[in-house]
Design a binder for this molecule. Structure first.
Ligand code: BGC
Length: 808
């Protein structure tokens, strides 16, 4: 049913409604009672900016509860907890007058070095989809739109706005879209954020296959597709494809372009009307709920519980943990006093308060001997700090060594270079180990790290980036107030070189080839039979569980779990499906299809039912271009982690297609030998030739600014050296200049659409003329375009305000 307001809007009003009015607000049409609404990050806490506005976490924002990051909460495998956090986020957003919350982030962790992995849940779409769906339910329950992001195949930060994700349709559907499918089908988000990158040669925000065929037609999405900040490319193409709202405000440049396109017949007004209706629906949906007040104390307590539920016990030799009351502990490491509890970038929350382990331990039943900083956070070696740490350890029964990634290692905009912890931290750890005092390592990192040193310590707790109450949550696990129940939602490889994306990630050029296909994360390690440090789904606790009585049908797996130890705790039984025998498609050795978090008192048992259904057995059949079920035998494997299968049952399934054989061209995939995947094998997976754009010295609007390094114009090369010099200088100081990094990775067109209407696309064309070596012509073009642009902007703004009946 068409919204009757659409017919009452003029063409310019409609065109103006599909882009933002400011960095964080939509445009209003007061004469029709359409208000402007507020959007704000983000995934683990509200970042509402009332002063200077930016999308990189640079300027301040209103205080809000900083919950554990998605990478942490994913380790809880707890949908109820995720929904509670979502609900708290929604309420805080509502209380701050935010209508649309820009999260959760649920991209699949293609590589362990993905720069935003801390903002994402898992390498597996079942975990990502279920937890993200729970967040969305919680957020929207408060009357605030959730905006699952970044749709889709947004895996690397390098060239993040100028990278084409070339991924075969089956992998796209089964790995990179599957979590979004779960969220859309089950939780009906009112908005979704398209990603910066291109997918198969077309920008996500103007990709009709993604936004039209799949998101709206197949999954039934009826919300608004919001561009990532500066991710708008061609506003007319976006209208046609289903990209609803361009953010932040590009001024009126996009509106003018849309008006022209409708007037010239290039754009069907029905496409614009459909997008306008989506904007109006978003406004209606998010302005209906009554105001709320929030209990920040209760939210801090929830953040603490979430951190405890998300901590993963990776090692516990001789049952060192939990620590008994009165244990004399030395706290070692800078992170004990100044925790790392979130990552940098647009998700940065101005926490209401932040706890640290020194204060938490001091206020507990443990006896704090003292805190020794142990190392310098910036990695500079410091023998005195190291020796002081050893001395502190000698005076204690147990040394709790807090290690982690420094701030500049984990930020939006930058992929990680290594999985190693800084050498200075490991030297201190070894000095402490040499004292003979028993050692617990507490790890603060939003992603996987190499843990070759783990065998030398008694216990290891992975706290991830645990939010503002992370330290208290960790204390609860260390003392046994909470039995650990976190399980890794991401494999810890032995070395970075073992990852399926080794040598492929991040792609330095314009095309990112997803050559590993569906062999992502554990799907790769299990198929290849590769060693890992800690497998997917792994996590210890203070009790033991027995599994028995598995009964499976195509609809469900039913089994019993018993807590056979002496402590109340939660277990996370995981249900994997493995195809037995030939298949027409590349099949990972096994795939997660369901899980449950089950809390049991000592001696108690529970029957667990995990629904399977057709999605558990389906695969995307490139031959029919549809989901099919291949006839044949499947194993249903129930385990405590991917390498600890406790129960197995077999099912014969009639399926929708006969079993096939793997095409010979795909043989390297069967052996999970990614290094042996030739161009021909990858193209056989893709089903078409891979794009190989010829490098050109002539730069275009879609090239990132970093390409100025080799531009024809010496002025442009100098500009590159200045920007890159600032980036490097910050790097040398152990900091990440995300603003410079954003600029270097940003395409030229964003100079216009990130300027809030100051600079038009014509101005950007002038910049390019200059960059491409025609200095005087470019400079002339620039100046003329600037003057014309300012005039046009003033004119359109005045027209729009006169028509719509108000400012903005
Ligand atoms: C990020 C988004 C974020 C937006 C607004 C972008 O840089 O990619 O995740 O929501 O900025 O801050």
């Amino acid at each position: 049913m068409t919204d009757e307001r659409v017919a009452r809007l003029g063409l310019l009003e409609k065109a103006a409604l599909v882009s933002g009015g400011t960095v964080w607000q939509t445009r209003a049409v007061p004469r029709l009672g359409v208000p402007s609404i507020w959007l704000a990050d983000g995934p683990h806490g509200v970042r509402r900016q009332t002063g200077a506005a930016d999308h990189l976490g640079l300027a301040g924002s209103e205080p809000a509860t900083c919950f554990p990051t998605a990478a942490a909460v994913a380790n809880s495998w707890d949908e109820e907890l995720a929904e509670e956090i979502g609900s708290a986020l929604g309420r805080e957003a509502r209380a701050q007058g935010v209508n649309v919350l820009l999260g959760p982030g649920l991209n699949i962790k293609r590589s362990p070095t993905g720069g935003r992995n801390f903002e994402y849940f898992s390498e597996d779409p079942e975990v990502s989809g279920r937890l993200a769906a729970a967040y969305v339910r919680g957020i929207q329950g408060a009357g605030v739109a959730a905006t699952p992001k970044h749709f889709a195949a947004n895996s690397q930060e390098l060239r993040r706005m100028a990278s084409d994700s070339v991924v075969d349709e089956r992998t796209l559907r089964e790995i990179y879209l599957a979590a979004f499918e779960t969220v859309v089908r089950e939780s009906h988000p009112w908005a979704i954020m398209s990603s910066y990158n291109l997918v198969g040669g077309t920008y996500a925000h103007e990709n009709a296959h993604l936004l039209g065929d799949i998101l709206r037609d197949e999954w039934g999405f009826d919300g608004a597709v919001i561009s990532d900040w500066g991710g708008g490319n061609d506003p007319v193409a976006a209208m046609r494809a289903g990209g609803t709202l361009e953010m932040p405000s590009p001024g009126f440049a996009s509106a003018r372009r849309i008006v022209e396109a409708v007037e010239s017949g290039e754009l069907d007004v029905a496409d614009l009307d459909a997008r306008v209706e989506e904007v109006l629906r978003l406004v209606d949906r998010t302005t209906a709920a009554a105001p709320v007040t929030v209990d920040l104390e209760a939210h801090h307590a929830l953040a603490r519980r979430a951190a405890a539920e998300s901590a993963v016990l990776l090692r516990n030799e001789g049952a060192l943990l939990p620590l008994a009351p009165g244990t004399r502990v030395a706290l070692i490491g800078d992170f004990a006093r100044t925790p790392r509890y979130q990552g940098a970038g647009s998700s940065l929350v101005n926490a209401t308060r932040v706890t640290n382990l020194v204060d938490a331990v001091a206020g507990s039943d443990l006896q704090l001997v003292r805190h020794a900083p142990g190392f310098r956070r910036d990695g500079t070696p410091d023998a005195a700090l190291r020796e002081d740490a050893a001395a502190a350890a000698r005076a204690a029964d147990v040394a709790i060594v807090c290690l982690g990634l420094p701030e500049n290692a984990e930020s939006e905009g930058i992929d990680r270079r290594t999985l190693e912890l800084p050498a200075a931290q490991l030297e201190t750890l070894r000095a402490v180990v040499r004292t003979g005092t028993r050692v617990v390592v507490v790890l603060s990192a939003g992603g996987a790290v190499e843990t070759a040193w783990a065998g030398e310590v008694d216990a290891l707790v992975h706290g991830s980036l645990g939010g503002q109450a992370g330290a208290e949550g960790l204390l609860d696990v260390l003392t046994g107030a909470v039995a650990p129940s976190g399980r890794l939602a991401e494999t810890f490889p032995v070395r970075l070189a073992d990852a399926p994306t080794a040598g492929l990630f991040p792609a330095a050029g314009p095309v990112a080839e997803y050559r590993e296909g569906p062999l992502v994360g554990y799907r790769y390690y299990e198929t290849a039979g590769a060693d890992v440090a800690f497998p997917f789904g792994f996590g210890l606790t203070y009790t033991t569980f027995a599994y028995r009585d598995l009964v499976v049908t195509e609809a469900e797996a039913r089994f019993t779990i018993e807590n056979t130890g002496a402590v109340a705790a939660a277990e996370v039984p995981q249900v994997y499906i493995a195809r037995v025998g030939d298949s027409a498609a590349v099949r990972p050795a096994l795939e997660l299809r369901g899980f449950r978090k089950v809390r049991l008192e000592p001696g108690a048992s529970a029957e667990v039912v995990v629904p399977l259904g057709e999605r558990a057995f389906r695969f995307w059949d490139v031959r029919s271009g549809a989901w099919e079920i291949e006839a044949g035998t499947y194993e249903v494997r129930v385990g405590a982690h991917v390498r600890d299968i406790r129960l197995t049952a077999t099912l014969e399934i009639a399926g929708t297609v006969a079993a096939g054989a793997l095409p010979a061209a795909l043989a390297p995939y069967a052996a999970a030998d990614i290094a042996a995947v030739t161009d021909a094998a990858f193209e056989a997976l893709l089903g078409h030739p891979a794009p190989r754009p010829a490098p050109s010295r002539e730069l275009t609007v879609t090239d990132p600014l970093l390409r100025m390094e080799t531009a024809k114009s010496p002025v442009a090369r100098l500009a590159f050296r200045i920007l890159d010099g600032r980036r490097r200088a910050a790097d040398r100081r152990g900091r990440a200049d995300i603003n410079m990094i954003f600029l270097l990775n940003m395409p030229f067109r964003s100079i216009g659409n990130m300027s809030g209407g100051m600079l038009t696309p014509e101005f950007v064309d002038g910049v390019l003329t200059l960059v491409n070596g025609r200095f005087f012509r470019g400079a002339g073009q620039l100046i003329a375009a600037f003057v014309r642009g300012r005039r046009a902007e003033r004119r359109t703004k005045a027209q729009f305000e006169a028509q719509s009946g108000g400012a903005r």
